[in-house]
Design a protein around this ligand. Structure first.
Ligand code: FAD
Length: 442
């Protein structure tokens, strides 16, 4: 039997791949429900993710999995509109004429921004088309330095800096240019006249999670059960290299159980891998605080609002400007979100009520017409480890799928510190990581 630590998308995908190959599996999930970071809340209609989620057009593995599980007809490709809030005004930035009208970039700034996003290096006045082909060559270049050299100060200050601040806070100077170039290549598809094409599932990502649970077999998944220990014995034929032999899991009620295993896939954060095996990973992770605000009326005209202004949050994401509110019994759903780089930060230290108060006040400051009485519910989720800091030298720190090379025979890794979760962590990346670990087992 292969034991799987974690019932997020990575663990479920690994279990599914192993089941398809006829292997016996058991998934252990510490929390009361599966889904991990893609877990959902109830609404007056469909379920909704606790943290905002959408797909990019470049992500294929998740679409193929949905087809295999018979839920691909639930995938919808919609336009996810973007805007920037600067000096009291939300500027839409989806179509060429909206970008042309954006007053904070000059014509030359826009030309340099367009050149970079099309991966053309125009420095020195002579276009070069291969500068950005070898992303790894930019692994040691700080992203800020890179942007100031490869675009303009205006592009940096009025386009990229607000994004970097929202995504990495005071760690932005540690991030590599390779990450940014990877993100530019990773971007999906744009409808030239309307904006970026993004994916969602009719019924939310819970539909996919549920289909995976069915495929793996509900009876093979133990929720409320945290893996606390692995034990190793002499490996077959390689006596000098110990192999994993059993796994111990603890229930909330204090009972523990031990299972014999032929292998273990750790599909959780690297600190879980470290506590079970001693394998240490140096990647730093950021935490997230995210509120889902239910409202009787809409707040924004866009799906995603980047804030290039002082605000106590990084972005406002009005989900029901992407998926219609009718799906949620008419509720308008707004995510207010912020990453935290350090758990000593004031935001993390606040309790949920204090976060709610701070953020509703912040919305009032940006949108004086915002009516708090229209808010019917606020649900705050937080998790201390939700996104890697893609700092310089990141690729040297990723955890291998098969840890035999680290002397841990029979231990495999599919969590967020794996290669498939670079240059952006995603549901698609989690599925790819799960598959990659399962393939190493097989
Ligand atoms: C704010 C935010 C926004 C995001 N937006 C998007 C988006 O728009 N599009 C997108 O594709 N992705 C998005 N993501 C990323 C996506 O959610 C993750 O990449 C993906 O869900 C990771 O899946 P995972 O299985 O690797 O990890 P997780 O979902 O973290 O699952 C790991 C599981 O392991 C369990 N576990 C931990 N320790 C143990 C133990 N000892 N024993 C048993 N179980 C254990 C945990 O409880 C958890 O359920 C977003 C994430 C966040 C936080």
């Amino acid at each position: 039997m292969i034991g799987i630590v974690g019932g997020g998308l990575a663990g479920l995908a690994a279990a599914h791949r192993l089941r398809e190959a006829g292997r016996e599996v058991r998934v252990f999930e510490a929390s009361e429900s599966v889904g991990g970071l893609a877990a959902t809340y109830e609404t007056a209609g469909d379920r909704i993710e606790a943290y905002y989620h959408h797909l990019s057009k470049s992500e294929e593995t998740i679409v193929e999995l949905a087809a295999e599980l018979g839920v691909d007809d639930r995938i919808e490709w919609r336009i996810g509109e973007n805007a920037y809030y600067v000096d009291g005004v939300a500027h839409p930035l989806d179509t060429p004429w909206e970008i042309a009208a954006y007053p904070h970039l000059s014509v030359y700034d826009k030309f340099r921004l367009a050149a970079l996003t099309l991966e053309v290096d125009v420095r020195g006045g002579r276009p070069r088309f291969d500068t950005y082909d070898d992303i790894e060559a930019f692994e040691d270049v700080p992203v800020t330095e890179f942007l100031l050299e490869h675009t303009t100060r205006g592009v940096y200050e009025y386009f990229f800096e607000p994004l970097l601040d929202a995504k990495f806070g005071d760690r932005k100077d540690d991030v590599s240019a390779a990450w940014l170039l990877g993100r530019i290549k990773f971007r999906g598809e744009r409808d030239l006249l309307r904006g970026e094409v993004l994916g969602y599932l009719d019924g939310g990502f819970a539909v996919l999670v549920e289909a995976l649970v069915e495929a793996v077999g509900r009876e093979r998944i133990d929720t409320g059960t945290a893996v606390t220990d692995l034990s190793f014995g002499p490996g077959e034929g390689r006596a000098s290299e110990p192999a994993v032999e059993s796994l111990t899991a603890g229930h909330r009620n204090g009972e523990t159980e031990t299972h014999d295993v032929d292998g273990v896939v750790v599909a959780a954060m690297p600190d879980v891998l470290e506590s079970l095996t001693g394998y240490a990973c140096d990647i730093d992770f950021q935490g997230s605080v995210c509120a889902l605000v239910s409202m009787r009326e809409p707040l924004l005209d866009t799906y995603w609002l980047n804030i290039a202004d002082d605000a106590p949050f990084g972005a406002l994401i009005e989900h029901t400007n992407f998926v219609p509110p009718a799906r949620y019994g008419g509720e308008h759903l707004l995510y207010v979100a912020s990453y935290v780089q350090d758990l000593d930060e004031e935001l993390w230290q606040r309790d949920d009520e204090a976060v709610e108060e701070l953020w509703l006040e912040g919305i009032e400051a940006l949108f004086p017409e915002f009516d708090r009485d229209a808010v019917t519910d606020v649900r705050v989720s937080r998790n201390p480890k939700t996104a890697p800091v893609y700092e310089r030298g990141y690729l040297d720190m990723v955890v291998p799928y098969d840890l035999a090379s680290a002397g841990l025979s029979g231990v495999y890794y599919a969590g967020m510190a794996s290669r498939a979760q670079y240059p952006e962590r995603s549901l698609d990346g989690a599925i790819e990581a799960g598959y990659a670990a399962a393939d190493r087992v097989l």
